[in-house]
Design a protein around this ligand. Sequence first.
Ligand code: TRP
Length: 339
Amino acid sequence: MVTAVSKVSLTGIKPTGEPHLGNFIGAIKPALELAGGAESIYFIADYHALTSVRDPELLGRWTRSVAATWLAAGLDPERTIFYRQSDVPEIFELHWVLSCFSAKGLMNRAHAYKAARDRNREAGVEELDAGINMGLFNYPVLMAVDILIMEADLVPVGKDQLQHVEYAADIAGAFNAVYGDSFKLKVPKAVVPTEDTGRTLPGTDGRKMSKSYNNTIPLFAPEAQLRKTVRRIPTDSTPVEAPKDPDSSAVFQLLSHFADHKKLAEVRTRLEAGGMGWGELKNTLQVVLSEQLSPMRERYDALMQPGSELEELLALGAAKARRRAQPVLEQVRKAIGIG
Ligand code: TRP
């Protein structure tokens, strides 16, 4: 009998900062909307963050903060497997094994590694590998293991991570070429959103919202801080009465991601007609943001309390993840002749 087996999709989230509005609209919301179809696996890639985060307090806090954010945003830990990478020791054993099947030349060509060398070259540093640690170099191998150990079929990623998923397929192929008769790693496929447009938010300086531009609006900032941040978004000096072009305003663009159609149409009409000032528009944005975010923020704050159920949920997720990972590692060990 042939049964339809549903595809397993897997995504890792690197905890390198407090989640902001751009992460929510660009990554979290679409991922959770998609979670319906395939069986899904989400994890916090805390060991990946170690290549850049060197403050133990921050690494711990961001890891919990990212986990609490996904749960507050509606991730259902019953239906999905949700865990912290560092809670699954099998990953790190397989990492060594698969590093022995990862071509060094392939890693030499990895975008992030090449970009780090380019920065040295541009800065006139003679040793192009200066300041680059092996964690950065091995990053794609660890990511391949994340994917392969869970036998994921699909990996939804942004364009910047596509190469890494291709590497994972490559590494699986290299392993399978040697041991395929006794055990085959599942070869994954990347799923890249066809258009990111419409999912990019402007930051408080009008450029794309990004941690590296320091222009983010934190997703769960306290009300007073949210108000201050919204106030800081630059606007031109068009007087209140003058007609305005909503589409050239970062405040309006932000509003368009959170307000319902009716509200948005009303605001657009008033801006175009003149009579609505930027100050009022900012107030409107702030009110809409608090309406949308405060129920989630409550859940987030509760999860971030010491002794909340967050640790319990992550421990349950880790147990499920290990149950998936162990047989894969076992079969790999057997295939290579260890143990
Ligand atoms: N490298 C990814 C990022 O920077 C995070 C990540 C780690 C990941 N392991 C993964 C994504 C496995 C997908 C699958 O965003």
